[in-house]
Design a protein around this ligand. Sequence first.
Ligand SMILES: NC(=O)c1ccc[n+]([C@@H]2O[C@H](COP(=O)([O-])OP(=O)(O)OC[C@H]3O[C@@H](n4cnc5c(N)ncnc54)[C@H](O)[C@@H]3O)[C@@H](O)[C@H]2O)c1
Length: 444
Amino acid sequence: MNLLELSKEEIKERFKNGELKVALFGLGKMGLPLASVFADKGAKVIGVDIDEDRVAAINSGKNPVREEPGLDELVRKNVEAGKLRATTDGIEASKEADIMIILVPTIIDDHGNVNLGPVYDATKKIAKGLERGNIVITEATMPPGTTESLIPILEESGLKLGEFGLAHCPERTMTGTAIRDITGQYPKIVGANDDRTLKAVSAIYEIVNAKGVIPMSSIKAAEAVKVFEGVYRDVNIALANELALFCEEQNLDALEIFNAANSQPYCHIHKPGAGVGGHCIPVYPWFVMNLAKRPTRLIRTARTINDEMPRHMLELTIKALNEAGLSAKNANILVLGLTFRGDVYEFRKSPSIPYLNMLKEWSNNIYVYDPICSEKDAERFGVRWFEGYEDMDIIVIMNDAREFKNLDIENLNMRHKIIVDGRGIINKDRAKELGYIYFGVGRP
Ligand SMILES: NC(=O)c1ccc[n+]([C@@H]2O[C@H](COP(=O)([O-])OP(=O)(O)OC[C@H]3O[C@@H](n4cnc5c(N)ncnc54)[C@H](O)[C@@H]3O)[C@@H](O)[C@H]2O)c1
């Protein structure tokens, strides 16, 4: 089907009646919700992933992404209806499809270098199946300029850009709210190589997203939107963290102050905490820093501040133990939270990892618990799995899992009552009334 020669109405019609086929590369936390929504709205979707187990699970109607409300049903229903299937064969999927979407990981190494290997791998496979009038869309977050760097690979198909379309439509969501966000929480950002592609891609996302689209002047501008959203969050969290450290010195409660300050519309101070993790917020600043010719001092400093928060958590841990007359060497320390965010099974850049590594230099008695993890995960990090609160001297809260927010501090029956709260989720006044020594990021 030559999408570039169809009107918007024709494209919408063919999407809704299932004539239009989409190959979606990367069936992860973002890709599978998107594939399922596309199928649910009418398109025929072939999901492509390198993970054979994931592909097999999806083809049997099972959802391997555990943290996404509503996704179980959406996968089951659309697989049963024959509208969604998965494969490891990206070339065959591309040959069949009219639209190819790339939603594979774009992560960085320890030195901030971006690994675009999965993006190039998917692009090479797409090039082998690309036909006149097809459209290739990148949805993965990309350093500005990356989508256009794929043109030479795609042109190995023998087609020139313009004979096929290229667009960037960034995924603007997060785990836990993906379906809601994809279908209409915020407009879709759309940047394309020409007007025909922009029109075709807009037609598609207007079906999927009730909030419609924001057309951008270029692909690179569309890439920058998502990257800047992440940079804004990272810098703002760093500001919150710096002000929180100031509050600790001044014996002020940062959360009380931020809440009050944010009551007027020009102030949006984010939450301070134990650190920034995951493969989005701590990653996207590097997309800018690596490309920039001028120094990016603010962004770099923000990264450093946020990366230093696990060390601050260690300092609070030692201080809290010392206040109780205990040493880290002899105390039993329970760390609550292994994943970077509560209730999301993702360890990439989790602040708990550097925290635990530093803590191990002080203590051999480290236990961990996370409602979404298992003993195996604790073993991977070289610490012991939780065995109960009774023998614990201190709990250190590293993520905001629902279970931790509802922690029954009245009845924990710990050996010593010490809490270090890295997420501002414990009622500090109640904790103090109950006789806990309470330390928290930005708390007096
Ligand atoms: N997770 C989020 O909250 C979020 C939010 C917005 C944007 N993003 C962006 O979306 C993209 C994908 O993130 P995610 O969270 O879905 O990642 P993920 O790690 O959950 O899933 C990625 C999937 O891609 C598969 N994959 C890896 N290499 C592949 C290849 N060469 N071909 C086909 N499949 C391959 C993996 O097996 C995995 O199933 C990234 O660019 C990320 O920055 C993520």
